[in-house]
Write a protein that binds this ligand. Structure first.
Ligand code: ADE
Ligand code: ZN
Length: 337
């Protein structure tokens, strides 16, 4: 049940968002506005029609529409506007730190320069830090349906900007594209001093999570739902204190789970896993951070203590330095009083 007390707790707890694709925060209204601004044709007549098309039966259904949506992002200002709109929403949900993904290959393959996307996103993140008090890290994701060679080429494009990029991730179509395909490019990224994370176990089997750990040497796991099918792997993740960035509304809308009561968040908490709550692609899945918190609190009957644990996990699982984490965790505890 979502009591007024829990509702109020969710609304005021400081949180970090660790799993957010900035291109997945493109709301239909902005899609239309940018299409008009840039003279891009989109196959929809209204924002309502766009929303009606957001019916997905799996990850690939969603990705097809997600990549199509990106076609309206052309100029640095477009990336700025996209990122700024997300940060305002995050701020309203008392999100104090974000570690956002971007998909440069979704842009460079359309002729939009790497630096155009990076400059716009980063400028908004800097403004968010100054005006909204939201700190940030930026994570470059490789599209796993593309080749290893293309991932290496993207890492080359990133090289002049490495002081502005904090980590690499791995996203897009999981099935048939195991982490092993990117072992060498992740080794190179680690050598360059970047943090590493990867989507694993969203649709893919537990073996993909094991590969992400053993071959990519990830510091956290994005989604990780299917890790729970393997008891030894689950124990390993718990013992290593690895963070899982779970995305409840995404899981529901992509049919990773049949209903919200099947969300793994409560089971993960009970197993002592460091689980966090995130919105993934909020414009496509119908909810930002606090919407996700409210959905699982209702469906799983989470307690105040469990909500506080989830908020703490979001900071302890971040790439922030220890002193910043300690400050945020103290703020979580103060807000819980
Ligand atoms: N790209 C954007 N959202 C994604 C998700 N949930 N899984 C894989 N790739 C993605
Ligand atoms: Zn994701």
């Amino acid at each position: 049940m979502l009591t007024p007390d829990l509702e109020s707790l969710i609304a005021r707890l400081p949180k970090a968002e660790l799993h957010l694709h900035i291109e997945g925060s493109l709301e239909p209204e902005m899609l239309f506005a940018l299409a008009a601004r840039n003279g891009v044709t989109i196959p929809f007549a209204s924002a309502a029609e766009v929303r009606a098309a957001y019916e997905f039966s799996n990850l690939q259904d969603f990705l097809d529409i997600y990549y199509q949506g990106m076609s309206v992002l052309i100029t640095e200002q477009d990336f700025y506007d996209l990122t700024w709109a997300y940060l305002e929403r995050a701020s309203a949900d008392t999100v104090r730190h974000v570690e956002i993904f971007f998909d440069p290959q979704g842009h460079t393959t359309r002729g939009v320069a790497f630096a155009t996307a990076l400059n716009g996103i980063e400028r908004a993140l800097k403004d968010g830090e100054a005006r909204l008090g939201i700190s940030y890290r930026l994570i470059l994701c490789f599209l796993r349906h593309l080749s290893e060679e293309e991932a290496f080429a993207t890492l080359e494009l990133a090289k002049p900007h490495l002081h502005r990029i904090h980590g690499v991730g791995l996203d897009s179509s999981e099935l048939g594209h195991p982490p092993a395909k990117f072992q060498r490019v992740f080794a190179k990224a680690r050598e360059l001093g970047l943090h590493v994370t990867a989507h694993a176990g969203e649709e893919g089997p537990p073996a993909y999570v094991t590969e992400a750990l053993d071959l990519l040497k990830v510091e956290r796991i994005d989604h990780g739902n299917r890790a729970l099918e393997d008891a030894a792997l689950t124990r390993r993740i718990a013992e290593a204190g690895l963070t899982l960035t779970v995305c409840p509304q995404s899981n529901l809308r992509l049919c990773v789970i049949p209903d919200m009561a099947s969300s793994p968040v409560k089971r993960m908490l009970d197993l002592g896993l460091k689980v966090t709550v995130n919105s993934d692609d909020p414009a496509y899945f119908g909810g930002y951070m606090n919407d996700n918190f409210r959905s699982i609190t209702k469906a799983l009957g989470l307690s105040a203590a469990e909500l506080v644990q989830l908020a703490e996990n979001s900071f302890t699982g971040s790439f922030l330095p220890g002193e910043d984490i300690a400050r945020h965790v103290a703020a979580v505890r103060a807000a819980a009083q």
